[in-house]
Design a protein around this ligand. Sequence first.
Ligand SMILES: Cc1cc2nc3c(=O)[nH]c(=O)nc-3n(C[C@H](O)[C@H](O)[C@H](O)COP(=O)(O)OP(=O)(O)OC[C@H]3O[C@@H](n4cnc5c(N)ncnc54)[C@H](O)[C@@H]3O)c2cc1C
Length: 264
Amino acid sequence: MTQVAGSLTEDQMQTQTPEQDPTTGPPVADAETEACPLGHRAEGAYEQTPRTTATRYQSRMRYDRAAVHAVLDEALVCHVAFIFDGAPVVLPTVHARRGDRLYFHGSSGGRFASLDGQRVGVTVTLTDAVVLARSWMHHSVAFRSVVVHGTARVVADHEERLAAMRALIEHVAPGRTADSREPTRKELAATTILAVDLNEVSLKARGDGVADDEADLASPYWAGAIPLRLTAGEAKSAPDLLAGIEAPAYARSYVRPFPCGYGH
Ligand SMILES: Cc1cc2nc3c(=O)[nH]c(=O)nc-3n(C[C@H](O)[C@H](O)[C@H](O)COP(=O)(O)OP(=O)(O)OC[C@H]3O[C@@H](n4cnc5c(N)ncnc54)[C@H](O)[C@@H]3O)c2cc1C
C-alpha cells in the first residue's frame, strides 16, 4: 500500500468526533450467532493495553471478542511477523481460531519451527471498499483489520495438533474434514503447528465514507466508494479425480464469510 490511505488522513481526522466522522468503521458483524452449531456467542472483550491502544484515532478501535473473532474467521489468511536472525520477517499463511487461540502451521524445517516462546505479531486484513476522494490526500481503503500481539508456542500434544489441523482445514472449507483423509502421525510429525493465545488483540475498522476537506467539496471531481467483495469462481475438479465424483455443495457454492463464526 502506498501513502494512499495515508497517516495524514488519520491525523486530520483526529479532530472529529465519531459522530462527525464519515470514516468510522462499519458495524462489525458478530459471526458467532446462536445459529452456529459449533459454539456459543463469544462474550466480553479483550483487555485494552498500552500496546493495543491507538496513538491516533482511537474511535476506530474495538476490543470485543465477538467482533474480533468475526474478522479473524472471515479472513482466509494472516501475516505473521517475528524477528529472525536479528531482522524483522513477515510471512503470509493460513490461520484458524479455536476459542481464544490462533493456530497456524508450516514445515518442521521452516522458520515457524524456530518460534517456540518467541514474540510474534499476527495480523489479518479485510478490504471492504476503495474510497476515492476529491483530493489525493484523502483517498483511502475501507477495512476491518485485527492485530494480535502474542507469544508463539509449538504445539506438542498429539490431540491438540490434530484439533488444530482440523480447525485449519475447517477454516478454509467448513465440512471438509469429514470429506477428506486425516493426516498420519508421520505426516503430522513433519509439520510444525504454532499456537498464539489471544490476549492482547485489537480490531480497527474504517468505513467507506469520504473524508474530503470542506474546501474541496465544491471541486468538480467524482468522489465515493467502490465496494469490494471476495467471490468464489466455479469449482474446478482435479483432472485425476475418480470417475463419478461430483464437486460437493460446499465447493459449488463457496462463500466467505461463512454464515456463522465457524472454527470454534
Ligand atoms: C487496508 C489498510 C490500509 C491502510 N493504509 C494506511 C496508510 O496508507 N497509512 C497509514 O498510516 N495507515 C494506514 N492504515 C492503518 C494502519 O494499519 C495503522 O493503523 C496506522 O498506520 C497507525 O499505525 P501506528 O503504528 O501509528 O498505530 P498505533 O496507533 O501506534 O498502534 C497501536 C496499536 O493499535 C493497534 N492497531 C494499529 N493499527 C491497527 C490496525 N490496522 N488493525 C488493528 N489494530 C491496529 C495495534 O494493537 C497497535 O499495536 C491502513 C490499514 C489498513 C487495514
